[in-house]
Design a protein around this ligand. Structure first.
Ligand code: NAP
Length: 253
């Protein structure tokens, strides 16, 4: 059975580990190619976009894919939409693997917002020191609030210098430890944290540190997800794939 896993996440890599060496399943992991330092998986992989829905559909056909697993990041809305349309178009099952969203805990000072523009507005008029942990792509939204200082943490440098008059970029890739996160927030005299509701363990420590220090967190909600069941655990996906494998007539390996 041929399985295409759309990846770029910790969960996708974990599923790839589970798939490695699994008899009866021939998997391939797909990366968008956003980061230059990809950690090579133990299964075959490809890098780069497919060319929209049509390109993905053509790939599914050409590679005789039997099951599509969308294990992309909860904020990667476009590829998830494409996956849902393409899988339906070529009539193969789609399994969505996505980590659960973070739910506010007692003591959290959460400001829930719908998108990055609302996050910038939620920072208020008074200049603040902001810890911006939203990745590289949407930093531009904060040019609407240039009065603040932004400590921007990304995995790799933004493609363009952030158009913010007062900022500093630091690099880091999770998992992050609570002690280090609390130290950073203290040393940088951070007033407020901005985060996407990515969920998962790797970036959770900053929320605990903010709670500990009594700092507000502006939390950007996830884009609307495609309809259909969502699994949270790579092991559950593996079990479902094995079930499919035992019931499916392969389209050819
Ligand atoms: P996106 O906006 O949903 O997708 C933009 C385009 O990138 C897609 O239309 C597709 O190009 C290509 N693409 C995305 N994921 C792909 C994959 N796994 N394999 C092949 N092509 C892919 O995605 P994004 O937000 O830019 O995220 C890109 C990747 O980074 C995703 O794989 C995601 O899992 C990972 N990631 C995203 C975030 C985030 O916050 N957005 C955080 C961590 C990791 P074509 O239309 O040409 O097929």
């Amino acid at each position: 059975m041929r399985v295409l896993v759309l990846g770029g996440t910790f969960e996708a890599s974990k599923l790839a580990d589970l798939l490695a060496g699994q008899s009866g399943i021939s998997p391939i992991l797909s990366f968008a190619g956003r980061t230059t330092a990809i950690r090579p998986p133990q299964i075959p992989y490809r890098i780069g976009g497919f060319g929209g829905v049509d390109g993905l559909s053509a790939y599914l056909e050409a590679e005789n894919i039997d099951v599509l697993v969308d294990a992309t990041h909860p904020f990667a809305g476009q590829i998830s939409r494409h996956a849902a349309i393409a899988a339906a178009g070529v009539n193969i099952p789609l399994i969505v693997l996505s980590r659960p969203a973070w739910v506010a805990q007692p003591g959290d000072q959460r400001i829930e917002v719908a998108d990055m523009a609302a996050a910038a507005a939620a920072l208020g008029r008074e200049p603040k020191r902001v810890f911006l942990t939203i990745g590289r792509l949407q930093i531009g939204a904060f040019s609407a609030a240039p009065q603040h200082f932004y400590l921007i943490r990304t995995i790799e440098s933004p493609a363009f210098p952030p158009g913010l008059p007062r900022h500093r970029v630091i690099h880091g890739r999770g998992p992050f430890a609570f002690e280090a996160e609390e130290k950073l927030l203290r040393e940088e005299s951070i007033d407020v944290v901005v985060s996407k509701n990515s969920g998962g363990e790797a970036a959770f420590a900053k929320l605990v540190a903010a709670r500990h220090l009594g700092l507000p967190v502006v939390m950007v909600a996830r884009p609307r997800q495609a309809a259909g069941p969502v699994l949270h655990d790579p092991a559950e996906v593996m079990a479902l794939l094995l079930h499919h494998c035992s019931t499916l007539t392969p389209r050819g390996v």
